[in-house]
Design a protein around this ligand. Structure first.
Ligand code: HEC
Length: 170
């Protein structure tokens, strides 16, 4: 009797705990996407070259032309590597503080780049590995392979139909 009742209560707690856990996990994902968006816009300033929508309409005319990330087919590992290591020979800067210091990027060091006449652009700021993962969460949720912006995608992007979205077709 007593133990049955105990089991029922314990079962209920286990169920509640798993619900809380499921919720916490989901909330963390949403936070990562939001944090990634902040990093894309501000600290990493990806938008300066890739545009706020990641479509290559850059925000700063003095900056090199960034790729249109919305039309890109790229897996997450490659994306993270490009952000950490940049793309030698283009204006895409490396965001890993230790890129080209120990061969972690394409097996090359500063001296190898120099020998090949490749100059890397300076990043607006260096990013930690987990910040780059957050940017990847955001990019894969809202940008990569999502195609051209439209009104609905724009409202989803900003969380509401803001004025910036008026330029897009319904
Ligand atoms: C100073 C300008 C600049 C900044 C800042 C910048 N990029 Fe880039 N990015 C470029 C350029 C230029 C290219 C290469 C375009 C090309 O292919 O010629 C590029 C390429 C890329 C690519 C590879 C696309 C492909 O060709 O497959 C990815 C992914 C990317 N950028 C992501 C980012 C992210 C994420 C950030 C912010 C953390 C960022 N970039 C910041 C200029 C920039």
């Amino acid at each position: 009797m007593y133990s049955d009742r105990y089991k029922a209560v314990a079962g209920m707690y286990a169920f509640l705990a798993s619900l809380c856990l499921a919720f916490a996990v989901q909330a963390a994902d949403v936070d990562d996407v939001e944090e990634g968006k902040q990093l894309f816009m501000q600290k990493g300033n990806c938008q300066a070259c890739h545009g706020w929508a990641g479509d290559g309409r850059k925000m700063d005319n003095q900056m090199p032309d960034g790729a249109n990330l919305r039309e890109m087919k790229l897996d997450r590992t490659t994306f993270v590597m490009f952000v950490k290591c940049g793309l030698p020979g283009t204006g895409m800067p490396p965001f890993d503080k230790f890129a080209y210091s120990d061969g972690r990027c394409f097996g090359k060091k500063q001296s190898d780049l120099k020998a090949q006449g490749l100059k890397m652009a300076d990043p607006p700021a260096t990013l930690q590995a987990r910040e780059i993962e957050a940017i990847a969460d955001f990019a894969f949720a809202k940008i990569i392979g999502k195609g051209a912006m439209d009104r609905a995608k724009c409202a989803d992007y900003w969380g509401s139909a803001t004025d910036v979205c008026k330029e897009f077709k319904q």
